[in-house]
Structure formats: C-alpha cells, structure tokens
Design a protein around this ligand. Structure first.
Ligand code: NAD
Length: 497
C-alpha cells in the first residue's frame, strides 16, 4: 500500500482525511510512488484560517528578520541540492542534471527574496505642498495562493512562496498532483530553516481544491502557472472574486535562424532547446523558422536530433527522460499522426521509442517535421513533447510577422551575426522574453519572467521587482505637523505667468 503524502496545515504535517487519492507514478516505470490526497473542505478552511491568523503576526516581523529566514533557507536548499534533485528526478523522470537545474533556478529566486528589504522600500517626497511630506509604504497583502504545474516542481513553487512570504504575506501552495513530493520537501526545509508555524501551508488536490481557494473571500492574491485553459479559468474566476491574479500559461516558442548565423551553434542549441526535458518546458523551442538559405541546414539538424535518446533519471548518457504521464505521451503521439495526415513532412518520428529495461516508461524519441503550415495542429497546439517543427520563410520581416500573428508570446530567439537584424527583431517582436543567440531566454530573478499575449493573463509578472509589487500594496501617506518650530526661510510665493 503506497504512502499518502502529508499536507502542511497550521504548522503541522498531517494526513488528509480525504478518501479521494491520486496516484503519483514514476513515469519511467509506472510504479506508484505515493498517493496525493484531495484536500477536504475542512482542511482547506483550516489552512486558510491559519494563514489569515498568522498573517497578523508575520507582517509585524521586521523585514530584516524575514530576509534572514530566506538566507537560512537558501543555505539549506543548497545543502540538500542533490537530495531534492533525486526526489524531483524520480517523480518527474527528468535527468539528474536537469533536476539539479530545476532546483538551482529556484534557489536563485530565494536569493532574490533575501534582498526583500531594499525591494520593499517606498518613495518619499518632501514639501509636496507647504509643510507637507508624502511617503509611500510597501505593505504585504495577506493570504496568497500558488497553484503550480508538474514541469518545474521546485523552481515554480520557489518563484512564488519565498518572495510572497519575505514580503510579509502568508502563503498556501497547491502543487501539481502529478509530482507533489518535491514541493513537500521544499516546505519541510522551509520549516527547518525557521519559518514560523502557519506562514506556509501546503494543500494537495486538483480542480475542486483550486476552485475552493479561488473563490474564498480570505484569499487576496493568486499566482498560477500551467496550461492555457486552466490559466484562463483561474484568471476569470479569481478576478471575478475580486482577487489579484497572475496566470502564466502555455506557449509556442519560435527560434529564427538567419542564414548568417553560426551553423554549429544553431544546430546544437536547437536540439537542446527543443528536446531538453522531453520538450516539457514552457520556454522550449517548438518552432524553428529558417530564413532563406538557412533551410539547407535542416537535414543536418535531423541527423543531430536522431542521435538523441531518452533514458531514466540516473542514466548519465540519457539526453532527457520520459513524458510525465501516459496521457501526455498519447497526446503527443496523436499530434504526430495528425501532422502527417495534414501533409507535414515527417523527417523523424519518435512515436515508437523504447528504452531497454524500462518497457513501461512514457518514452518518446525526438520528432522533426518540415513543410508545416500555420493551419496545422502541429503549429497551432502547444505539443509539450520532444517535437520540433520547421518552417521556412523568405525574410526576417516574414519571420517576425509569423511570430507576431501567433497567439502566444512567452519566449522567442534569433540566431544571427547581424546586430542590425537582432536589433530589428528585439524591437518589433511581440513576445515577452527574447533571446539573441540565446535559445531559452529565461531571465534571472533580479529581472522578471515576462510572458506576453496568450502566455500570460494579468499585469504584474513573476519574481524580480514585478513579483514584489504583485505580492504587495502601496500605501501613500501625506503628512503635516503643527508645531512651534521656526520656519527655515521666508515664505516665498512664485507667480507663474
Ligand atoms: P495544468 O494546467 O494541467 O495544471 C496546473 C495546475 O492547475 C495544477 O496544480 C493542477 O492541479 C491545476 N489544475 C488542473 N486542472 C485544473 C482545473 N480544471 N481547474 C483548476 N485547477 C486545475 O498544467 P500542467 O500540465 O501541470 O503544466 C504544463 C503547462 O504549464 C504547459 O501548458 C506549460 O506551458 C505551462 N507552463 C507555463 C509556464 C509559464 O511560465 N508560462 C511555466 C511552466 C509551465
């Protein structure tokens, strides 16, 4: 009988009373690792009540002490880096190196959260009217919620709760039901770092649990990362209940290859950016747009992609792991079949991949298509698998138009040796994160993660200064003091003509 994973409510790790349990499986073997409960109504209410009450005392803790908690947490995360990566690799199937990267990118956000004191400084203006000063104070909101996807079970929870809590909020995390072990371990280490009881709560479950949080009057803000339909649902429901919402959603990321680019760099970066993590990254490159004669490199690209092979998390030669679930694998297989039926030319078909010793894994080999049009499902849908689609255009202007007409706007990149082409691209492209000879331009946490268009619903982005603004409210204080002290200068009036 598999173990039921615990929830963190009011500072205690407790087993849910729920009878509804979700199997968390090893995607390389289908072995059930743990069972994730669907939190009951009472458990959700208890977590919210505890977070609401704890907020009253947590907001009074000086910002420098809150920052110090983040320093201790960062230290512990680094000490447990390998252990966390192993848990993460087992439940997601990611290779160990990739799993370490997932944890590391989260640690970097904790480092940013340790700078909270300077990030929460407001502005002041003296003598805005005669004898009157104005100051803006940055204050926390209250109870914030994070709903996270399966594909980065360390990084994405760490995008959220450290910054929100450092800013003086309390936080309820509802991680993906597909890989909840890593978020639980992150929370355990947060408690070990000294987080007071009730500051962070962890609830498990799916749609019903999320909906209970989205509509609850005591929740002030919702951070979501996941798919487009769910992101739209979260944004609509959360804002309809008058909450602040940031919802990061799906993507279709294009890389433009100019004929003057460095061919070797283009090919190796394309292979890694499309198939790394089995293509299950919101910033994965899924469309390669070849401009002019650059299309002559496609056969060589096919040769390099054909070399890649997936494998288990602890196989040091594996390029990437299995897909997260059998359903995810079947969905990608369906898109490959439909792509062929729609007339795309399939240069590599990874649908029937096997890995020795792992007959039941959700494996897919790399797939490559050319001759794809904007009407095909291969282009319109986010595939979220190791599938790269090649398109050919005549000019940079055509490439920019193609990308700007796409409903998504998470990331894009251009490979070129022309500063003029790169400048033109970065200025005109309607995508929030742009790489110039950088295939996956995820910003470090002192910037913000800035998806656009259908890849993001909301106003303020994740982490960096925008993340702090998302989790805080600005209070503007205008003050005048009546006292007997002499005024330092004659009372002068300026008459403007
Ligand atoms: P998902 O939308 O299925 O699930 C995300 C979260 O929402 C999970 O916690 C899940 O329990 C919850 N959820 C699922 N269905 C729900 C429903 N009907 N109502 C309320 N909550 C629900 O996403 P996923 O498959 O876990 O993650 C992959 C997706 O996430 C991809 O589309 C990927 O592009 C996207 N993603 C985006 C970013 C970004 O920054 N833009 C980053 C990572 C992943």
């Amino acid at each position: 009988m598999s173990k039921v994973i615990a929830q963190l409510i009011a500072g205690e790790w407790t087993e849910s009373r729920s009878r509804e349990l979700i199997e968390v499986t090893d995607p390389a073997t289908q072995e059930v690792l743990v069972l994730a409960p669907k939190a009951t109504h009472e458990e959700i209410e208890a977590a919210i009540a505890s977070a609401k009450e704890t907020f009253l005392s947590w907001r009074e803790v000086p910002v420098s002490e809150r920052a110090r908690l983040m320093l201790r947490y960062q230290h512990l995360l680094k000490e447990h880096h390998d252990e966390l990566a192993e848990i993460l690799a087992k439940e997601t199937g990611k290779t160990f190196a990739d799993a370490k990267g997932d944890v590391w990118r989260g640690i970097e956000v904790v480092e940013q959260a340790a700078n909270i004191a300077s990030l929460m400084m407001g502005e002041t203006g003296e003598n805005v009217a005669r004898g009157i000063d104005t100051a803006s104070w940055i204050q926390p909101l209250g109870v914030c919620v994070g709903i996270t996807p399966f594909n980065f079970p360390a990084m994405i929870p760490l995008w959220m709760f450290p910054l929100a809590i450092a800013a003086g909020n309390t936080f309820i995390l509802k991680p993906s039901e597909q890989d909840p072990m890593t978020p639980n371990r992150l929370a355990e280490l947060f408690i070990e770092a000294g987080a007071p009881k009730g500051v962070l709560q962890v609830l498990h479950g799916g749609r019903e649990q999320v909906d209970a949080l989205l509509t609850h009057p005591d929740i002030r803000a919702i951070s979501f990362v996941g798919s487009v339909p769910v992101g739209q649902h979260i944004y609509r429901t959360g804002t309809a209940h008058l909450k602040r919402v940031q919802a990061f959603a799906g993507a279709k990321n294009h890389m433009v290859i100019m004929p003057d680019a460095n061919k070797d760099q283009v090919l190796s970066n394309l292979v890694g950016a499309s198939c790394g993590a089995a293509g299950q990254r919101c910033m994965a490159i899924s469309v390669a747009v070849f401009v002019g004669e650059a299309k002559n490199w496609i056969p060589e690209l096919a040769g390099q992609m054909a070399e890649l092979r997936p494998g288990s998390w602890n196989d040091p030669h594996a390029a990437y792991g299995p897909l997260i679930s059998q359903q995810a694998k079947q969905r990608v297989q369906r898109l490959i079949i439909e792509g062929k039926a729609e007339g795309a030319e399939c240069l590599l078909d990874g649908s029937h991949c096997t890995v020795p010793g792992y007959p039941d894994g959700n494996w897919l080999g790399p797939s490559l298509f050319r001759g794809v049009t904007t009407k095909m499902g291969l282009y319109r849908e986010e595939i979220f698998g190791p599938v790269l689609v090649c398109m050919e255009v005549e000019s940079l202007a055509d490439a920019i138009k193609l990308i700007n007409d796409n409903p998504y706007g998470n990331g894009t990149s251009i490979f070129t040796s022309s500063g003029g082409a790169a400048r033109h691209f970065q200025h005109d492209i309607e995508v929030g994160q742009v790489g110039i000879n950088v295939p996956v331009p995820v910003p470090l946490p002192f910037f913000s993660f800035t998806g656009w268009k259908g890849s993001f619903y909301g106003d303020l982005h994740a982490y960096g200064k925008q993340g702090v603004r998302f989790y805080t409210e600005t209070k503007t204080v205008t003050s005048r003091w009546f006292d007997e002290s002499p005024v330092s200068g004659p009372n002068m009036t300026i008459h403007l003509k």
